[in-house]
Design a protein around this ligand. Structure first.
Ligand SMILES: [Zn+2]
Length: 384
């Protein structure tokens, strides 16, 4: 075997052992040997390397089957940290997550829609540095930062191609942030970050095929197929907001007519409502619904219909085991869940209906931040 191949294999074995300890902990060396098929000697060598590097520690002694004492192994959460960031129209969310995926600190910073690109970057930098300092997180243990944001993102080059919601075009976000913050930075579409959190710790934990649909100020989806994020040719797979559902419908900000987003985004809900009443925000529409005002009931009924249609189309295209609904509209207006489910029952093709589970995210509004931090770990951690 070539020297390079040997090194690579050693590295892969080490990663595998660490992954197994992470997902099966507490676990004994013998059990790891059984799962991996590697020899107990090899496992002992790899584990002591991982202990030296601070990733793994011995926990308790338990009596194994043959009456001998076995030492169990666990991963150390505080061996490293990553920073997850979500940038949205009106808020910047920052969270610091440890190696076991626990969010140790977080902060929400408000953002105004007219805010300049540089201002947002300054905010991210200053608030992140404050979080690190105030919580005494050793900066040498910080692996890097990942940012999730709405729009078309060239994740490989760290460039925001277009973000309608943030009004950013061709921004070298990863580089610009790295210059300010000093850590490695990766970026991606916010729903692609969020589905990572669901896949590792949430509703898609036991699934290899899952779709997350976000509905709020925009509408989009992210897809995991066979355990991998499905990106398409230019990372735009899942942009269902601009699927045309009525060629004679409303004009969309993208310039086309009848896009799904023009029926169910927060902005679309507000626009429809203003035909009837002088309201300020989407919350006013939700309140009017709760007060039993018929116009609001009609608007939200239409939203649930189009959501169910979107879900039904996604199921036909990807046939996932779970479809996870997330986003502000679902969180602020939980009444819509029942209506969506009822209409899904009406629209979803029978053979697909039996298998699929429609679930709701459990991460409240922290899913993007958590997923980004996990993605930073997955991308930036290079075990020597
Ligand atoms: Zn459009």
């Amino acid at each position: 075997m070539e020297k390079q191949d040997q090194l690579l294999m050693k590295k892969q074995n080490k990663n595998l052992v660490l992954e197994i300890i992470k997902s099966h902990s507490p676990i004994s060396r013998m059990e790891i040997a059984k799962i991996t098929g590697m020899s107990p000697t090899t496992i002992t060598r790899i584990v002591s390397e991982l202990q030296l590097q601070g990733f793994v520690r011995e926990t308790e002694l338990v009596t194994s089957g043959v009456g001998r004492k076995a030492v169990l192994l666990d991963v150390c959460g505080d061996v490293l940290y990553t920073i997850g960031v979500e940038i949205d129209k009106s808020v910047i969310k920052i969270g610091i997550v440890n190696y076991t995926g626990k969010m140790v600190v977080w902060e929400n910073v408000s953002r105004v829609q007219s805010e300049k690109y540089e201002e947002t970057l300054e905010k991210v930098t200053n608030h992140t540095n404050n979080l690190i300092r105030l919580n005494k997180i050793p900066s040498q243990k910080i692996l890097g930062m990942a940012v999730g944001l709405p729009g078309l993102i060239d994740y490989q080059n760290g460039i925001v191609k277009v973000s309608d919601q943030l009004k950013w075009n061709n921004a070298s976000l990863a580089d610009d942030l790295k210059k300010r913050i000093g850590y490695e930075v990766i970026i991606d579409n916010e729903l692609k970050m969020e589905i990572v959190a669901e896949y590792f710790f949430g509703m898609a934990k036991d699934s290899q095929n899952a779709v997350l649909v976000g509905i709020g100020s925009g509408i989009g989806s992210a897809i995991i197929l066979n355990g991998e994020i499905y990106r398409g040719e230019s990372n735009n797979a899942g942009e269902i907001g601009h699927t045309v559902i009525d060629p004679t419908g409303n004009v969309c900000s993208c310039g086309k007519v009848g896009c799904l987003a023009t029926y169910i985004s927060e902005g679309a809900i507000v626009l429809s409502a203003r035909n009837v009443k002088d309201i300020q925000t989407v919350d006013d529409v939700f309140q009017a619904y709760r007060d039993g005002e018929s116009w609001a009931i009609n608007i939200m009924d239409r939203v649930s219909t189009y959501m169910a249609l979107a879900i039904s189309n996604i199921l036909c295209l990807y046939n996932p085991e779970v479809i996870i609904l997330s986003g502000n509209t679902i969180r602020k207006f939980p009444e819509i869940k029942e209506a969506i489910e009822r209409k899904c029952d009406l629209y979803i093709w029978e053979p697909l209906k039996e298998k699929v589970k429609i679930l709701y995210s459990n991460f409240r509004d922290q899913g993007v931040v958590l997923g980004a931090a996990i993605q930073a770990q997955n991308t930036l951690l290079d075990l020597e």
